[in-house]
Design a protein around this ligand. Structure first.
Ligand SMILES: Nc1nc2c(c(=O)[nH]1)N[C@H]1C(S)=C(S)[C@@H](COP(=O)(O)O)O[C@H]1N2
Ligand SMILES: [Mo]
Length: 399
């Protein structure tokens, strides 16, 4: 086991007990090559989750005047599905990596110089941040909101802290990784203390066996949850918290009509759709149904990673906007009957508002829209996070 740099003198005699004993960690898996390989895979999975997470964040909070395009229709389905799958694959990789390197907590001397101190301190935000991201991400996809902070904001900022610490960590460890992985392996004489030796014969799991076990765990988790966003693969979602085909009209429901407090008001015969612009007008439900002859085949993609295709029927949003005299470069806001809740309204920028696929839907898969899916009318637009596909819409306002 040469994960620890032995070129420094050991701790004084009286401290050499417990984890500071010279022979405290005997497993041949506490090895720099194992640590390097796990670190590389973890890095790939984590950076993938980070980048796709940024896409999701900036789709929900576009910076400044920037607006997202509405095509390809499946783009968000892909990025968000990959985000959740990559995050879940990090779980076994991170646990294996932490176990492999934890003997270094008792490295001696604890601090060698300023650079070494910085490198060690950066481990704290790295590990804390990574564990926090995985724990809150999993809690979120399981809809288990036992924390008191706002998930999206916290998950976003902790991602930056973690990725910053990861950059410092990779910079500090690059030489060790290069000495242990690929063709350059062992060619760095000055790093001999951190270069993996041929596997010693011994008891227990071999390095290869460990790699296969961790890789299999990550692979099984990814493959068995990927079905929640891969079209037509809904039957393979063995480990995902939700099947994309369960729910009324074959679609899952995140926020129910009861939870949103709209059951009575959504069924009220006095329902009117109000479109507010230069020439405002209102429509009764019957009028809305008469107008709504368009159909769009679009996925609904939740930020929690599941996606489901459906055929939506209703009126094109842009036809409503034209009728109200709303100019083509104006954004609008769709407002729900829901009185409270973070997702009761959503802003629709011109690329989505003017897309002929964007509907104020009143029908789903050939039936009247179920109240759980937003009856009497809901917004459905291509390439857009589910949280912005407002249900129980009663007003569209020019901004
Ligand atoms: N008014 C309102 N609309 C909403 C929400 C909400 O909380 N309130 N949740 C959104 C979320 S998070 C998702 S994923 C989709 C889910 O649509 P579905 O229930 O029809 O599958 O609705 C969106 N529309
Ligand atoms: Mo969602």
């Amino acid at each position: 086991m040469n994960l620890l740099d032995r070129s420094f003198p050991p701790p004084p005699e009286r401290l050499r007990r417990g984890p500071l004993r010279g022979d405290a960690f005997t497993s041949r898996l506490h090895d720099p090559r194992v640590a390097s390989l796990l670190g590389m895979w973890l890095g790939v999975a984590f950076v993938t989750a980070f980048l796709t997470g940024l896409v999701s964040h900036f789709m929900q909070h576009p910076p400044g005047q920037f607006t997202w395009w509405s095509r390809p229709v499946w783009f968000y389905r892909l990025t968000q599905g990959v985000h959740v799958a990559a995050g879940l694959a990090c779980v076994p990789l991170l646990l294996a990596k932490l176990w492999t390197v934890y003997p270094r907590l008792w490295e001696w001397p604890p601090v060698r110089n300023a650079a070494h101190a910085l490198e060690r301190i950066s481990i704290i935000p790295l590990i804390a941040g990574a564990l926090f991201q995985l724990a809150t991400g999993i809690a979120n996809i399981a809809q288990w909101y036992q924390f008191r902070f706002f998930f999206t904001v916290t998950h976003y900022w902790v991602a930056w802290i973690t990725i910053g610490a990861l950059v410092v960590h990779v910079a500090a460890k690059l030489a060790v990784v290069r000495a242990n992985v690929g063709r350059r392996r062992a060619s760095r004489a000055h790093l001999t203390d951190r270069v993996s030796e041929p596997e010693p014969p011994g008891e227990g799991l071999s390095r290869r066996g460990f790699g296969i076990a961790v890789g299999t765990a990550a692979g099984v988790i990814t493959v068995s949850t990927a079905g929640q966003f891969v079209p037509g693969a809904g039957g393979t979602v063995l480990l995902s918290p939700r099947s994309p085909t369960l729910g009324p009209q074959g679609l899952p429901v995140n926020r129910t009509a009861a939870a949103a407090g709209v059951v009575r008001i959504a069924r009220d015969a006095g329902y009117r759709l109000e479109v507010v612009g230069p020439r405002p007008f209102t429509l009764t439900l019957a009028e809305l149904h008469d107008l709504g002859r368009a159909t769009s085949r679009l996925p609904i993609t939740c930020v929690e990673g599941w996606s489901a295709d459906a055929t939506w029927g209703g009126v094109r949003l842009r036809d409503l906007l034209d009728r109200a005299g709303i100019p083509a470069d104006a954004s609008v806001r769709a407002e729900s009957l829901e009185a409270r809740g973070g997702y009761r309204t959503s802003e629709v920028a011109p690329p989505h508002a003017r897309d002929h696929l964007t509907l104020l839907a009143t029908r789903l898969n050939g039936e009247l829209l179920d109240i759980e899916h937003g009856y009497p009318a809901r917004l459905i637009a291509p390439n857009r996070p589910g949280v912005l596909q407002t249900k129980w819409v009663h007003r569209v306002v020019m901004l």
